[in-house]
Design a protein around this ligand. Structure first.
Ligand code: CTP
Ligand code: CA
Length: 229
């Protein structure tokens, strides 16, 4: 099957895709996470495999089946994910950060279950900021490497997304307005605006995540083409 695939700009390219929502443990029975299902990242990984890329899928926990042909690197926390990206990025031609990364984690991890106490009706959890993985990747980025980020926004989509494109030194930023029905986390559909540095944004309709993945990968192909002349 590998041999019968038509040659594309991704043939033989090493692509690192991250997906899923990271988990930050509070105690042995509780953790903080987010609504990510991993579907968007898995759809992009599958699309890239179909176009001939060597795909390493760094995945936080999901309920999904790992796409055929990807090399899976399972992770749980944001720091695990950061370590895996730093480890694999030097050999990657492209990094796609579709993972929904926890921005904060509990300051202290406790190894015993936190108990309610009779005298306390409130409790405070101290959180500290996690590593910004795309910013780390930006500092490691070599000429020829492409990085793709995602932005889930609930307001000022284009303004916020443009800031992320610049501050994280991305080549492509896939923005979705998660306040809209059928968009973003968990569902099987999505509607995105794809920002790049050289072109007016590309908007998809509200379509399946598989169809969105194809459009994102088309835009990525355009950039690979441009870069390689
Ligand atoms: N991201 C990352 N490291 C983090 C947080 C996010 O690499 N610690 C990546 C995500 O995988 C995504 C992009 O950065 O590709 C944007 O994530 P988002 O949560 O939208 O942006 P933040 O920079 O975390 O800003 P905020 O959540 O405050 O909007
Ligand atoms: Ca965030």
């Amino acid at each position: 099957q590998l041999l019968s695939r038509p040659k594309t700009v991704f043939s033989g390219k090493n692509v690192l895709v991250t997906a899923g929502g990271t988990r930050e443990r509070i105690d042995p029975v509780r953790f903080i996470t987010n609504d990510s299902s991993g579907k968007m990242g898995y759809a992009i990984a599958a699309e890239l495999v179909n176009r001939g890329a060597n795909v390493t899928l760094i995945s936080a926990p999901t309920r999904l089946t790992v796409p055929n042909g990807t090399h899976l690197v399972p992770v749980t926390t944001t720091e695990d994910l950061a370590d895996a990206v730093v480890h694999h990025f030097p050999k990657a031609d492209i990094l796609v950060m579709a993972a929904a990364v926890a921005d904060f984690r509990p300051k202290t991890s406790v190894d015993q279950k936190i108990k309610k106490t009779a005298d306390n009706d409130e409790m405070t959890l101290s959180l500290v900021k996690t590593t910004d993985i795309l910013k780390t990747a930006a500092s490691l980025k070599q000429p020829g490497q492409l990085t793709v980020g995602f932005a889930a926004e609930t307001q000022n989509l284009i303004t916020n997304a443009t800031k992320k494109l610049t501050s994280k030194q991305l080549d492509l930023l896939v923005a979705n307005d998660v306040s809209q029905p059928g968009v973003g986390f968990n569902g099987d559909t999505n509607q995105v605006t794809i920002l790049s540095r050289d072109k007016t944004p590309v908007q998809t309709a509200l379509v399946s995540k598989t169809a969105v993945a194809a459009t994102v990968v088309d835009e990525l192909a355009r950039l690979v083409d441009t870069k390689e002349g």
